[in-house]
Design a protein around this ligand. Structure first.
Ligand code: ADE
Length: 250
């Protein structure tokens, strides 16, 4: 996967991609990350990238010409390319979306929005996907772009240690992850559940599934509702969940 990030703050990206799994993926050639300064695609003396909005308002808007020029220069003919604008006005980024980008594209051009926004002609005629990382407003699209690079990279083939590592991720199963423990088995009077020390794999798997259900019901009841609607729980799980939901209502 080739990532091309377009930003007015290229220095912002010094560091975050130089650690752990992302760094290894770069070294092994599974991904390539290129950071581009939007100003270098201007052709005026002062490298102006923004201007006041027509109709008047506070703030500044990113001009269309440098962005069109940049995407034209960066788009690779022989790649499957998505042009993604990071913006709070976008579709909310979820695991499924990360899987789609990882599976269907070989080049992602990530446009980091800034100021009050981006000229709408960019959105209408250049961008293929408008993506938000959540219902809050950041000062720009740089942090969201990092989030996409990270979430997508770990889903690419052979990036994680074993092929199954991403299969049990939170959200891939529709449930949050089950809780984990490590040594010591007893710490300041806090004990690890006995079953995890039993070595009985079937019982452990059952306990984990149940713990994941409980955690999800507590933290993200919306995910449980979705699984119920999809008929994705076992009969026993469905009955347990419906009973819990009934109790919560009283
Ligand atoms: N730019 C500012 N806020 C954002 C958000 N929540 N997601 C994506 N891009 C943004």
């Amino acid at each position: 996967m080739r990532f091309d990030l377009l930003t007015i703050f290229p220095e912002f990206f010094g560091g975050p991609f130089d650690f752990g799994i992302i760094r290894r993926a770069k070294q092994q050639g599974q991904i390539e990350i290129n950071i581009h300064d939007l100003r270098s695609f201007t052709n005026d003396k002062h490298h102006v990238v923004d201007d006041r909005p027509f109709g008047g308002d506070d703030g500044m808007v990113l001009k269309p010409e440098p962005i069109f020029r940049a995407v034209e220069a960066l788009r690779k003919e022989d790649e499957r390319t998505a042009v993604v604008l990071l913006t709070p006005q976008g579709r909310v980024f979820r695991q499924q979306e990360a899987q789609r980008f990882a599976g269907e594209f070989s080049q992602l051009i990530l446009l980091c929005g800034r100021y009050e926004g981006v000229d709408e002609r960019v959105v209408q005629h250049l961008v293929t996907d408008e993506i938000s990382i959540g219902d809050y407003v950041l000062t720009g699209g740089e942090l969201p772009a990092m989030v996409l690079v990270d979430a997508i990279t770990r889903l690419l083939p052979n990036v994680l240690g074993s092929e199954t590592s991403a299969v049990n991720d939170s959200f891939s199963t529709g449930l949050l992850d089950f809780p984990n423990y490590t040594r010591p088995a007893s710490f300041n009077g806090m004990d690890v559940p006995d079953i995890l020390l039993s070595g009985h794999h079937a019982n452990i798997a059952k306990w984990r599934r149940q713990a994941a259900l409980e955690k999800t019901l507590k933290m993200r009841p919306d995910l449980i509702e979705k699984l119920l609607a999809q008929d994705a729980l076992s009969e026993e799980e469905r009955r347990w969940v419906e009973e819990k939901l009934r109790q919560q209502k009283h």
